[in-house]
Design a protein around this ligand. Sequence first.
Ligand SMILES: *Cc1c(COP(=O)(O)O)cnc(C)c1O
Length: 434
Amino acid sequence: MSINELAINGGRPCRTLDWPAWPIADDGTERALRDVLFGGRWTLTGNTPNGVEPYEKRFGRAFAEFNGTAHCVPVSGGSVSIIVALRALGVGFGDEVLVPALTWSGCAASVLATGAVPIFVDIELATLAMDPDAAAAAITSRTAAILLVHPYCTIANLDAFVTLARSAGIPMIEDCSQAHGAKWREQRVGTFGAVGVFSMHETKVLTCGEGGAAITGDDELFSRLCQVRADGRKYAPGNDYHQLAVQDAGDLLGHNFCLSEFHAAILWDRLQHLDSELETRERLGALLRSMVQEVDGVFPLDRPEEADMLSYWRFVVRLDLERFGGRSLDAVCKALAAELGIFVIPVDPPIVDSLLYQPMKSIAAKNSPEMRRRLDVAQFDVQHARDAHRTALRIPHRVLLGGEREVEDIVASFRKVQQAFSSAAASDVIGPAL
Ligand SMILES: *Cc1c(COP(=O)(O)O)cnc(C)c1O
């Protein structure tokens, strides 16, 4: 068997070593967790005050500071952070919210959870982020918010979206669930609109398993965010933690979306490592970008000039599949996954094509023919999102937490698969159908 035999056909894989671990925990993480376990406070809203500042509040303050903004409200998940932000902004039944055509389906489901209508805006192929011109064209008198996602390993065109949101007088929520710590013109993402929201799900670059946060520079909005996530309560004034940490406010109707002390303690600990992990991923991501684009038919996403720091949640490349012998993206992903021993899959499907997106089964659609008409996905043009799902693939961020050896193995895999597929097509020697 030749050394060029693909791993998927029984050949030797390009990567035989383990990948860097994810999620990461160390002694500090364990200490923080034990601190909660035996400290007598398991949640911010518990009623056995122990005289100690809750981790929830400590993490919130640290994360606001990390992002260079005034406030952070930790919440129990990323989708929840979108719901909390929309509710705090007063977005509700029948309002329209602009959502990128290609991202996690939970973004649109969260909009539906408030009774609002997701309006899908097509993406730019160079970045896979929402297209600002398409967004401008989608604005109507009912548009109540723009939910801008910074996708995978890049940043949406913030200059254009800040201008658009301002000129239209519509609040922007930046969903930074895939971009913790990224910087645009020296400023962290999440601080350009009314609210920045984050997921701390296990796959994300800052994680506690399940968690989230909303950040804002606006005092009034902060108070509302607090109340939406804690049944109408906000932080008690002062630092006397022999008293309850929250007090009743009731400016609006809230729910319990609080992050537990265990989760907050993990985030508080892991946040201290985020800058150094970002630096590693940024350095190796840039190296991978420059090396992998030398492989025939492989195109990394654009790096916007204004980006001073990228946060790599998934390393994404687009492929010219003609250069891969005309194989499907799925076949290329499977061959790469076998070489690398790691998850390699296409980027998300357009939300309107996702099995998970079922707007007609939402409460918003119930008993309302008008809402059912407005939720009908057939009306949205998502051509670029469909093209991206057919041609772009993603690799998890942990591969960028090692060293140059990891980058070389990834590049070698792309080269091997590209050469095998293109030469098989040329010589008509087709291996087993993939
Ligand atoms: C992961 C993710 C979410 C959802 O976060 P959960 O913590 O899983 O609820 C929302 N938006 C984007 C862009 C995400 O990547």
